[in-house]
Design a protein around this ligand. Sequence first.
Ligand SMILES: Nc1ncnc2c1ncn2[C@@H]1O[C@H](COP(=O)(O)OP(=O)(O)OP(=O)(O)O)[C@@H](O)[C@H]1O
Length: 277
Amino acid sequence: MANTAPSTADAHSAPGADGFAARAHRIEKVYGRGDAKVVALGGVTAGIPRGRFTAIMGPSGSGKSTLMHCMAGLDSVDSGEVFIGDTELTRLKDKQLTRLRRDKVGFIFQAFNLVPTLTALENITLPMDIAGRKPDRAWLDRVIDTVGLRPRLKHRPSELSGGQQQRVACARALASRPEIIFADEPTGNLDSRSGAEVLGFLRDSVREMGQTIVMVTHDPSAAAYADQVLFLTDGQIVDTMSEPTADRVLERMKGFETGRPAGTGAQGAQEPGVAAR
Ligand SMILES: Nc1ncnc2c1ncn2[C@@H]1O[C@H](COP(=O)(O)OP(=O)(O)OP(=O)(O)O)[C@@H](O)[C@H]1O
């Protein structure tokens, strides 16, 4: 894990700067036209620090999923640049983008997206099998033990609980040691106990394995597992928070929902480390 998070100014000024696993620079994304036009992202600049757990929060429709999809190369931007490491996604052709996503990015979705006919272990190694890469056995063992799946490796998804299935999805994302994992509401389909297990595991993989994770969530208690929170409202980053607690996140969210950031919610009062605009 990085000891010092890169500063807001770094994210702003330095495409290619060290310390960020992914960066967005003035990205805009507009859906529809005329009366149906929606500015989902209105020129967002953000850096996701390497080796840290970042949560993205904001009211419904604020652009969280769009930001994540654009930063992960799952969706295109209308203007601006997106980088994973030093690679600018916005310049890549489709095939190069597919390869980059396969080699450098891990995904965890709300729906676990496991292949029902494969065992837990086969699901975990599937992306590497498709890429023709041999798993690093020692690393794979560590991932499996960390998520506590050793006794369930031969089970198919239908024989696993929701929490166990999401742990398989987490292990699948971690197995290839990607530069960054994007998690979109990873606990959205889980009860609070299974959700807490998955979040604890994600946090441990950042602290103990140095993984970089960025997670979209609606849930202040989920965001409290992160090292820092980035708040979006109306397609703009309006605030950041380090060392979040559920209460502080909830308090700040209340401010955004009434259109008036609570606490230090003004743009100029951002805490350093996550994002700048
Ligand atoms: N494919 C699309 N076509 C048209 N508008 C879209 C599309 N995808 C998203 N939008 C709009 O863009 C805005 C941002 O959507 P996005 O899904 O990123 O928000 P969100 O913060 O993730 O919302 P939620 O928390 O409800 O999932 C919303 O107003 C949404 O209606």
